[in-house]
Design a protein around this ligand. Structure first.
Ligand code: FEO
Length: 169
């Protein structure tokens, strides 16, 4: 049985993962409006990943005998100045999510919930990947600057991304 403190920390994180899904969905709409369909595809994969992250925790809390009560999801931004501005936000958002996973692991430590710690290891490793991917695209956009040809080349590359449902845990 999961402790109430650990359960509530997971519920808070489920809300943040669902907010991440919402934020990336909003970013997908922004890129689609610019006809950058490769960037939009990249965001669509990200949307599906975030839903999978939320559902992994949702299923875990229930598996451990906890209750899931969902909260309202915050409204995401809807406008950005440029693709560069979007990816600056993606990276800082993922860094924030990493800090929240670390905070969740602190609660697991405090409550001596070793099972939760093992479960959360997957999320921590995933965050290393998330930050590296977002940081890589951000670095490319910084190099691209105002070069539209290079931007369209990157768009073509991002069109190749395929969503593979993660195996969590
Ligand atoms: Fe669920 Fe992008 O972290």
């Amino acid at each position: 049985m999961i402790s109430e403190k650990m359960q509530n920390a997971f519920l808070d994180q489920i809300n943040k993962e669902l907010y991440s899904e919402y934020l990336y969905l909003s970013m997908k709409a922004y890129f689609t409006s610019l006809n950058l369909n490769g960037f939009a595809n990249w965001m669509d994969c990200q949307v599906k990943e975030e839903r999978a992250h939320a559902m992994g925790m949702f299923d875990y809390v229930l598996e451990r005998g906890g209750n899931v009560e969902l909260e309202a999801i915050e409204k995401p931004d809807t406008k950005w100045a440029s693709p560069l501005a979007v990816f600056k936000q993606v990276l800082s958002h993922e860094e924030y999510v990493t800090s929240r996973i670390n905070a969740l692991m602190d609660v697991a430590d405090e409550t001596k919930d070793r099972a939760a710690l093992i479960f959360l290891n997957w999320y921590l490793k995933e965050q290393v990947e998330e930050e590296a991917t977002a940081g890589g695209i951000l670095a490319q956009l910084e190099l691209i600057g105002d070069d539209k040809h290079a931007l369209f080349a990157l768009d073509k590359e991002l069109a190749q991304r395929v969503f593979n449902p993660p195996v969590i845990g």
